[in-house]
Design a protein around this ligand. Structure first.
Ligand SMILES: [Zn+2]
Length: 271
């Protein structure tokens, strides 16, 4: 499942490519009724967490959730192939949606309700991290599980949660109620930075300069996610900081990665 920065990149691409232009909307696969959208200009794309919205000028909104296997890609205009649920094209660029968890037309008030019900999203300027902390501080669940809760931090997925906990040396099993507010803000502010970088660059890099391949004289990572990371998908490989083998286990159905030596704290070190 893509992390939130991917959805925000797609939202921006919708705006940059199609806003206020003449576009054609269709469902080549025929499974999505787009008749009410014909001839209506697109105003912009917007994202909250893993929800993608396409605002049309008359107040209709296409609400997309990619789920585990959905894809929404921008390609040079060509005949559609395969199962395209939704195509938006200006005759030059096609945006094709395949295999989403859902794709539906909603109203602007319905969209506002989805945004209001979402947890704070580190990539949105209107995000209130205290709303996330209100859930963290009264929970007995681990901070690793809580960071994956879209009501706590919308858009954060498996990579960012593992990496942000490593970067601040937090034991991932620490219960939310033992995470103090300062530590939560340190984690949050770092998520804002890491996710903003990923949004701009289209890859996730979490390794500080002193632990980069160049600084450490090690080969660069090869992974379809791109980018240099400390622990994600590095089970049994030596920690870039201390050399201890990175550990992994399954938590609520997802793999969790951490360094058992570096991550023993319940509070972030003071800068
Ligand atoms: Zn370590």
């Amino acid at each position: 499942m893509p992390e939130g920065h991917v959805i925000h990149r797609l939202a921006d691409a919708v705006t940059d490519t199609f806003a206020d232009r003449s576009v054609a909307v269709s469902s080549p696969q025929g499974r999505f009724d787009v008749s009410s959208l014909v001839g209506v200009p697109i105003e912009r794309g917007e994202a909250v967490g893993k929800h993608l919205f396409i605002d049309f000028a008359d107040g209709q909104v296409v609400h997309i959730h990619l789920g585990l296997i959905g894809k929404f890609g921008f390609v040079p205009h060509a005949e559609p192939w395969g199962e395209v649920r939704l195509r938006i094209t200006d005759g030059v660029t096609d945006a094709d949606l395949r295999g989403p968890q859902w794709c539906r037309i909603i109203t602007t008030p319905e969209k506002d309700a989805v945004v209001a019900a979402s947890g704070p999203d580190p990539l949105r300027p209107d995000a209130d991290p205290d709303r996330g902390y209100a859930r963290v501080r009264r929970s007995g669940k681990s901070i690793a599980a809580l960071l994956m809760d879209q009501k706590v931090a919308a858009g954060v997925g498996n990579i960012f949660r593992a990496e942000v906990l490593f970067r601040h040396r937090i034991d991932p099993t620490t219960p939310g109620r033992e995470i103090d507010q300062r530590t939560w803000r340190v984690l949050w502010d770092d998520l804002v930075d890491l996710m903003s970088y990923a949004k701009v660059h289209g890859r996730i890099d979490t390794v500080r300069d002193e632990h980069s391949p160049e600084a450490q004289g090690r080969p660069a990572r090869v992974d379809r996610h791109g980018g240099e990371v400390y622990v994600y998908r590095r089970a049994d490989l030596p920690c870039h900081v201390c050399g201890t083998p990175v550990r992994s286990s399954t938590l609520e159905g997802r793999n969790l990665y951490w360094c058992p030596k570096c991550q023993r704290r319940k509070s972030a070190p003071r800068a």
